[in-house]
Design a protein around this ligand. Structure first.
Ligand SMILES: Nc1ncnc2c1ncn2[C@@H]1O[C@H](COP(=O)(O)OP(=O)(O)OP(=O)(O)O)[C@@H](O)[C@H]1O
Length: 631
């Protein structure tokens, strides 16, 4: 029971010390101790990575922690052999012991824990062979044994679910079994191994080296084979045909593009009110085309004023207003420049339509044309000045605004890589940068910092519309949060509300979103980032299940791997951080606002994860782990 679990943890603490001493042992339940998580009133997770644990894991502790599903003691200084009663943890799914000084053979009792899904014993001093008994782990998806002293041959592992495998930098020899040949060469380097995906084994025409792979892999570059005359002729003919085909496709595309361009102009003149028509126009054209009766008054006003005063820039004519720049933003362009800029529609959002405008001087900006502004002019100015004053590197800076009776424009920096939403759910074709853990965790951290900054400006200041289409990216994939402060200016939208999947259950008025409701939305965004699933995904809606509930149901069932975006699973050694970020997303998307963490707590947790995945725990990170219990 929980009391026995608590006692076991205390025994572990006295045997290994480290930063477990910060546990508040006066508490009768261990469930809020740093690194401990309970499920159904039992300790289910024990994570103490990089907390200076030293010495040998004691025997007699784990026989009490029988409901343990995840044990992570990686990056410590644990020595000696594994305790035999670890075998009693028959629910254990994830065992992370990498980065210690554990030694001896990988013990046989380990193979009785058939529930294991992820096993990482890398970077230790394990010796002896890799047993055939690894085949007992029928559910195993991850097996990391790299950087040990393991010797002998690699057994023929028939683990159908195995996705991640690494035995590099050991003392292994012999040929790589056929079933493991689909893993990349980095999984095997640093041994005396041969056969696919490494070099062919000397003197063998059969074993390993010439087996046709079942999945793609890095091709053995050292292999040289002579081609027959027929094959060479085939290649030459194929290449020539291929070349002509490419030329034909290119010619076709060029013709199509030029015909599309002229067609879009034609259509534009016929159906001027259709915003979505792509094609090169100027901002002034866009304005004239947009107006359904009223015209785009900025263009009209600007044109009139410029003719009138001949100055350009700030418009002083009767009824005309200025383009107002914010604080530090240098006024490198004026309204006239903006109107002459070529413009293209970026998309239609809750608050209006966004355009990309390329100014003649080369500056690129995003212009948002607001609709349904419900507040008075003075209130608009007051609120937009507040937005303009927000200055933090993870926010999309608002450079200027324009206000007249008929038109309200906001001018932002243009973010060249587009939105996180487009990146996650848009074109997944070739040439796209793979969204690995580093990029995704960096985006999570940047977005969290941006939101935390907003929250730090006052207890009543929130974003109100956090979602993946409002996290924009620089060319280096740095995250910038956009659209902050607009929910309070613009009335409820008539367009389909894409915020639904992100909105906290307690929110009834979209203009009154608390900071804790922002945290909920951010939690959904984290889950989206990790699963690659849009929270408003039709399938999920059909089932009537939202993203947080769906993730929770899977996590409860199996702890994780199924929920992650497949692209993320390809990257090694970060699975634990992924699980932790997933847990953070779930915590943020808790049903009751009071149980959600604050944004500053969330930011610190992500910082900690990013540092830990760089395998370099910093002293301050360790404090954060301890802070966990104070939440
Ligand atoms: N500063 C910017 N740089 C680059 N693209 C932008 C910029 N601002 C908006 N966009 C893109 O323009 C499109 C429309 O954005 P907009 O913010 O108007 O709507 P949204 O984010 O889809 O929804 P909402 O209005 O509810 O936030 C989105 O695809 C967004 O990624």
């Amino acid at each position: 029971d929980l009391a026995a679990d608590r006692q076991a943890l205390l025994s572990l603490r006295s045997a290994l010390g480290g930063r477990t001493f910060r546990w508040n042992v006066t508490q009768s339940t261990p469930c809020s101790w740093a690194g401990v998580r309970c499920e159904q009133n039992r300790v289910a997770v024990l994570r103490l990575p990089g907390v200076s644990l030293t010495g040998q894991l004691p025997t007699g502790v784990f026989s009490n922690l029988t409901k343990l599903r995840t044990l992570s003691l990686r990056l410590n200084a644990l020595t000696g052999q594994l305790p035999s009663d670890l075998a009693a943890c028959t629910s254990l799914r994830n065992l992370y012991l990498q980065g210690n000084i554990l030694s001896g053979e990988i013990p046989d009792f380990l193979f009785s824990i058939q529930s294991l899904v992820r096993l990482n014993l890398g970077e230790n001093n394990f010796t002896g062979g890799i047993s055939e008994s690894f085949n007992n782990f029928t559910r195993l998806r991850t097996l990391f044994l790299e950087n040990n002293q393991l010797s002998g041959s690699v057994p023929d592992l028939k683990l159908e679910k195995l996705e991640q495998f690494n035995v590099s930098n050991n003392l292994l020899n012999g040929s790589i079994p056929e079933r493991l040949q689909s893993f990349e060469s980095t999984s095997f380097l640093g041994n005396s191994l041969c056969g696919q995906p490494l070099d062919a084994c000397a003197g063998s025409s059969g074993s390993g080296a010439v087996v046709v792979p079942s999945t793609p892999r890095i091709v053995n570059q050292g292999k040289k084979k002579k081609l027959s005359g027929g094959a060479i002729a085939g290649i030459v003919i194929g290449s020539v045909l291929g070349f002509f085909l490419i030329v034909l496709v290119l010619m076709f595309l060029c013709r199509k593009k030029s015909s599309q361009k002229s067609r879009s102009m034609d259509i534009a003149s016929i159906k001027q009110h259709e915003l979505e028509i792509p094609g090169e126009k100027t901002m002034a054209d866009v304005g004239n085309g947009l107006g359904t009766g009223n015209g785009f008054s900025v263009a009209a006003a600007a044109a009139a004023a410029m003719v009138g005063n001949g100055k350009g820039g700030e418009l002083n004519g009767a009824g005309a207003k200025k383009l107002v720049f914010f604080g530090k933003a240098s006024k490198v362009f004026d309204l006239e420049d903006l109107l002459r800029a070529s413009a293209e529609v970026l998309g239609k959002g809750t608050f209006g339509t966004a355009y990309k405008a390329v100014l003649e001087i080369g500056t690129v900006v995003a212009v948002k044309r607001l609709r349904d502004v419900t507040v008075s002019e003075s209130e608009f100015k007051e609120k937009i000045e507040m937005v303009g004053a927000m200055d933090q590197e993870n926010l999309v800076p608002l450079r200027a605004y324009y206000y007249s009776r008929d038109e309200k424009l906001l001018v932002y920096d243009y973010m060249p890589t587009g939105s996180l939403s487009a990146l996650l759910h848009g074109n997944k074709g070739a040439g796209r940068t793979p969204l690995n853990w580093e990029i995704r965790s960096g985006i999570a951290l940047g977005a969290a910092r941006g939101i935390q900054y907003l929250h730090s400006q006052g207890p009543n200041i929130s974003h109100g519309n956090i979602k993946s289409s409002n996290v924009l990216l620089t060319q280096y994939y740095d995250a910038r949060v956009s659209d902050f402060g607009l929910a309070q200016i613009v009335g409820p939208s008539s367009s389909p509300n894409r915020a639904t999947g992100y909105r906290a259950p307690e929110v009834t008025d979209p203009r009154k979103v608390s900071q804790k409701a922002d945290v909920y939305s951010f939690g959904v965004l984290l889950l989206e980032l990790l699963t690659g699933k849009a929270p408003t995904h039709a399938l999920l809606n059909e089932e009537g299940v939202d993203l947080p509930r769906w993730v929770q149901s899977i996590v409860r069932e199996e702890w994780t791997s199924e929920v992650f975006d497949l692209e993320l699973l390809r990257y090694q050694n970060v699975e634990e951080e992924m699980v932790q970020l997933l847990q953070l997303g779930i915590d943020c998307a808790a049903q009751y606002p009071d149980t959600r963490p604050s944004m500053s707590h969330v930011t610190r947790r992500i910082e900690e994860l990013c540092q830990s995945s760089r395998r370099d725990p910093q002293p301050e990170v360790l404090n954060i782990i301890d802070d966990d219990s104070s939440r």
